[in-house]
Structure formats: structure tokens, C-alpha cells
Design a protein around this ligand. Structure first.
Ligand SMILES: Cc1cc2nc3c(=O)[nH]c(=O)nc-3n(C[C@H](O)[C@H](O)[C@H](O)COP(=O)(O)OP(=O)(O)OC[C@H]3O[C@@H](n4cnc5c(N)ncnc54)[C@H](O)[C@@H]3O)c2cc1C
Length: 363
């Protein structure tokens, strides 16, 4: 089979300051990495890539046997540059195979199959779409959802730009984006479930667009998605986990995929007993529910307190995972990183939403 190849050359004056962050990010997509002073090679399951560094410049090369593999390597490289070389704003245009490709391989147009109230605070929406295998074969369980709104009821969907990233053909008809988790994926049956926390005004306006969309979702409604986003959680023998409802779909997926002999403790904050869900998790991992009892989300201190009170075991591999309102996530991250001294390789504490701010992490 012929190999597909492409490359791009970037002007980067400060690459040495953040190269390690780029390499660390790309390695976490389960890549084998070989690094020398002037090159870095990445072997992914779906293709390969190479960096060649010279003073003031970086050449990135991508190769794969399949079109989707090449698009994925380009996408991972382009996103890493976008994230870490932000201050240098490098021009990036891929040349070679697929150079004129405008298909944004991460985009799918989905249709609502049905929607139902899972618990008082959570609505499950089943979305059907074609060709969903990339959401299974590539790591990452999150998606960027692209919602039509009252002001933009008929959005123009994104295409791929020359830099391999999403290009929005019309600023006026851009959909509103929010980040969600694929709670369940069935590629053969052609559907995915997304669990939405429902909060605020069911008519939305400019705020709470994701929640309002889910509350009103009906069979046949159209929505765009892009993904998958996110990195796999590192494997460990013992886990300490914590989340509120927004992190529950992700935590549930992680828990149900852990090996049966995994040990640890997981805390979930919900409003009350009716919001608890049945989650399958290893028997040695204790699941504890924390009830807010009417205190609004993001204003209850117990979740972060409970997580920070747990002693980490010695002499076993361990990992801390936390996803909730941004202030609680910051508190836990600082405790794990600064007080306990655990690094990024052992902890991930993410703000999934921020009190008073719309669309955190959606950009
Ligand atoms: C990686 C990742 C995965 C996520 N997965 C999920 C998921 O599977 N399910 C899910 O429901 N959310 C998930 N979220 C969180 C979700 O993206 C945010 O809650 C988002 O702000 C919701 O958009 P919205 O349009 O409803 O509200 P926005 O327009 O963003 O916010 C409007 C107002 O509502 C407040 N608000 C936002 N979210 C909540 C909330 N949960 N409770 C109370 N008030 C809120 C905001 O502070 C703001 O004041 C995830 C976030 C990330 C980063």
C-alpha cells in the first residue's frame, strides 16, 4: 500500500521553551517517541510523524497508510502547535498529500434519535450519525458540540483550513460551541449518548445554550460535533477520583473500563439521592455520593474537601482524576501538585465549567 505523506515548515523562535510540552502532549496519545537533539519521531497506532528542528524553524512531517490516519496525525500536530506556540502565532500550511483537503475529518453532522430525562438534573440525548468509528479508534471521549441557536438556526458547519484546523466559513452563521462527553458509543448501531446537566433558563438566550438545547431536543433535530477530544487517562493500580454532574459521564466511562482488580475511591457530587446513577466499577473501588441538598452547583465545599482528605497509598502506582466547577478543580489541583507534590503524570484536575461564565473550554 502506498504511504501518504505531508509536511509543513514553521518559523518558531522560542520552540526550545515549550517543545517538551508538545512532545509530552503527543506522547500521551499512546505514541512511541524517539528524541534526539535535532529530531523527534512519533509512532502512533494510525500513522507516524517527525519533527526536525533547526534554529528558528520546525519542520513537521506526517505519514500514514490511510487518509483518516494522515488527517489524524496532522490534526494532533496542528492542535499541539496551536496550544503551545500561541504566543508566536506561526503561519502553518501543510503541503503534499491531502494539501487541498477541506474535509474536516473530526466533524460529523448528527441527528437526535430520542431524548429522555435520566435523573431530575440530567437529560440523555441519543444522537445518530454516519461513520462514527473515529470516535472509537482514536483516543479521547469528549466532543465539541456545535449548536444551532435562535439567532443562528441554520449554521454553516466548519471545514478544514490549510493548517489542518477548523475553518469557519461564515462568522455570521457560526454555531455556538460547548464541550460534552460521549457517555456511550455504539458504532455498529450508529449512535452515541450524551448526558446533559440541565440548568438555568430552558429557553437559553445567549447563556445555557447547551442545556436549553438538550431540554428541547426532539427527534430529527440536527447538531454538529467535532472530536474526539481529550487524552487517555494514565493507567494505575489505585485511583482517587472526584466529580460533579458535568464530570459524571466521563468518570462513568473511566470506571466501567478499569481492570477488575483496580483499587481506590471515587466521590460524586449531585443534588440529591434521586440524581445518583447506577455505575459499574471495580469492586475494590469505593464509590461515594455527596449531596448538595439544594445548594447550587459550584457552591458546595464538600467535594473538594473530601477528595483532599484522602491519603494516597505508598508503593503502588496511583492516579488522581478530578472534573468539576473550576474553583473546586483549582483547589484540588493546587493541593495535589503543590502540597502533595504529585506531577502532571499522576494528576489531572480539570475545570469543566465556571460559575458565572458561559462556554468554558468551548473555544
Ligand atoms: C472536557 C469536558 C467535558 C464535559 N462533559 C460534560 C457532559 O458530559 N455533560 C455536561 O452536562 N457538561 C459537560 N461539560 C461541562 C459543560 O461544557 C459546561 O457546563 C457548559 O458550560 C454548559 O454549557 P451551557 O450552554 O449549558 O451553559 P453556558 O452558556 O456555558 O453557561 C451559562 C451559565 O450557566 C452556568 N453553568 C454552566 N454549566 C453549569 C452547570 N453544570 N451547572 C450549573 N450552572 C452551570 C455558567 O456558569 C453560566 O453562568 C464538560 C466540560 C468539559 C471541559
Amino acid at each position: 500500500m502506498n504511504q501518504l505523506n505531508c509536511h509543513t515548515e514553521l518559523r518558531l523562535l522560542n520552540l526550545a521553551d515549550y517543545l517538551h510540552l508538545i512532545v509530552d502532549r503527543l506522547e500521551s496519545f499512546e505514541a512511541d517517541v524517539v528524541q534526539t537533539e535535532e529530531t523527534v519521531s512519533f509512532q502512533f497506532a494510525f500513522g507516524t510523524g517527525r519533527f526536525e528542528m533547526a534554529p528558528g524553524k520546525l519542520v513537521m512531517e506526517a505519514s500514514a497508510a490511510e487518509v483518516e490516519g494522515l488527517r489524524r496525525v496532522k490534526e494532533l500536530f496542528s492542535v499541539a502547535i496551536e496550544l503551545y506556540a500561541k504566543s508566536e502565532k506561526p503561519e502553518m500550511a501543510w503541503e503534499g498529500d491531502l494539501a487541498d483537503d477541506t474535509v474536516l475529518s473530526s466533524f460529523r453532522l448528527m441527528r437526535v434519535r430520542n431524548a429522555w430525562q435520566l435523573t431530575p438534573g440530567m437529560r440523555r440525548v441519543r444522537l445518530e450519525g454516519e461513520n462514527l468509528d473515529r470516535f472509537e479508534s482514536f483516543t479521547g471521549m469528549h466532543i465539541r458540540m456545535l449548536f444551532p441557536t435562535e439567532t443562528v438556526p441554520d449554521p454553516v458547519w466548519p471545514i478544514a483550513g490549510a493548517n489542518g484546523l477548523a475553518l469557519w466559513p461564515s462568522e455570521d452563521r457560526k454555531p455556538t460551541t460547548r464541550v460534552y462527553t460521549i457517555r456511550k458509543l455504539d458504532v455498529k448501531a450508529g449512535y452515541m449518548d450524551v448526558d446533559f446537566v440541565v440548568h438555568g433558563d430552558p429557553h437559553g438566550g445567549d447563556e445555557g445554550i447547551g442545556s436549553a438545547w438538550a431540554l428541547n431536543a426532539a427527534e430529527g433535530d440536527v447538531v454538529g460535533i467535532m472530536g474526539p477530544l481529550g487524552r487517555p487517562v494514565r493507567s494505575a493500580d489505585w485511583y482517587l477520583m472526584g466529580c460533579d454532574e458535568t464530570g459524571l459521564p466521563a468518570m462513568s466511562r473511566i470506571l466501567e473500563n478499569l481492570p477488575a482488580d483496580t483499587r481506590g475511591v471515587a466521590f460524586v457530587e449531585v443534588d440529591g439521592a434521586a440524581d445518583e446513577q447506577q455505575i459499574s466499577c471495580p469492586p475494590g473501588l469505593e464509590l461515594k455520593w455527596i449531596h448538595r441538598n439544594g445548594v447550587p452547583g459550584g457552591q458546595h465545599a464538600e467535594l473538594a474537601r473530601a477528595v483532599c482528605a484522602v491519603d494516597w497509598p505508598q508503593n503502588v502506582s496511583s492516579f488522581g482524576w478530578f472534573a468539576s466547577e473550576a474553583d473546586a478543580a483549582k483547589q484540588v489541583r493546587e493541593y495535589w501538585r503543590k502540597t502533595l507534590g504529585y506531577g502532571r503524570d499522576q494528576t489531572l484536575a480539570a475545570g469543566y465549567w465556571k460559575r458565572g461564565a458561559a462556554g468554558l473550554m468551548a473555544g
